[in-house]
Write a protein that binds this ligand. Structure first.
Ligand SMILES: [Zn+2]
Ligand SMILES: [Zn+2]
Length: 161
C-alpha cells in the first residue's frame, strides 16, 4: 500500500482491531473505520500526548487518492479534523492530525464528564449563595492591579556588561 502523500510504501501498524498503516516519511496515518474508533476509544490519551495544540496546516486543496482503490478521496470531517476519506476503505490523517483529533476527543470527554458531575450535584441554596460570594471575591481580587514586579534582567548579575 502506498502513501497517498508521498507514494512510498506504508508500514502496517498494530492497533489491535482494524487496519492501520503509517508513512515513515511524512508520518501520516491511514486507518479504516474500525481502527480509527478503536484508537480513539482506547488510546486517545497516548495519541494526544505531545500532539500539536493547533491543527497542523497541510495542503488542504490537493485531493489524495485512496491507497486501497486509488479513487480520489473526499474531504471529510472526523473527530474535529478535516481529513481525506474514502467511503469504502478508510481515512488519511496527516502528521499531527491524529493527535490533534485525539485531543479533541479528550476535551469533549472531559466536558461531558463535567456536565454529568454538575447535573448529579445537588447544591443547597445556602451553599450556592456561599459559592457565589466566593466567586465574586475571587473576581474582585483578579481586578486588583498586579503588584509592581522586579524588572527582569537579561544578564546574569555577575556578568560584566
Ligand atoms: Zn507519506
Ligand atoms: Zn478506497
Amino acid at each position: 500500500m502506498l502513501c497517498p502523500r508521498c507514494n512510498l510504501d506504508l508500514d502496517a501498524l498494530g492497533v489491535g482491531r482494524g487496519q492501520a498503516h503509517g508513512c515513515p516519511t511524512c508520518r501520516g496515518v491511514w486507518l479504516d473505520d474500525e481502527a480509527l474508533s478503536a484508537l480513539m476509544n482506547e488510546r486517545a490519551e497516548a495519541l494526544a500526548a505531545g500532539a500539536p495544540r493547533f491543527r497542523p496546516e497541510h495542503d488542504e486543496q490537493r485531493l489524495l487518492q485512496c491507497p486501497v482503490c486509488s479513487l480520489l478521496m473526499k474531504k471529510v470531517e472526523r473527530y474535529y479534523v478535516q481529513t481525506d476519506g474514502c467511503q469504502r476503505h478508510g481515512v488519511w490523517f496527516d502528521q499531527g492530525e491524529l493527535g490533534f483529533a485525539a485531543r479533541g476527543v479528550l476535551e469533549e470527554r472531559a466536558r461531558q464528564a463535567a456536565e454529568a458531575a454538575a447535573a448529579a450535584e445537588v447544591v443547597s441554596p445556602g451553599e450556592r449563595w456561599a459559592r457565589n460570594q466566593e466567586r465574586s471575591a475571587a473576581m474582585l481580587r483578579e481586578l486588583q492591579p498586579e503588584p509592581a514586579s522586579e524588572p527582569v534582567s537579561l544578564f546574569d548579575d555577575d556578568s560584566e556588561y
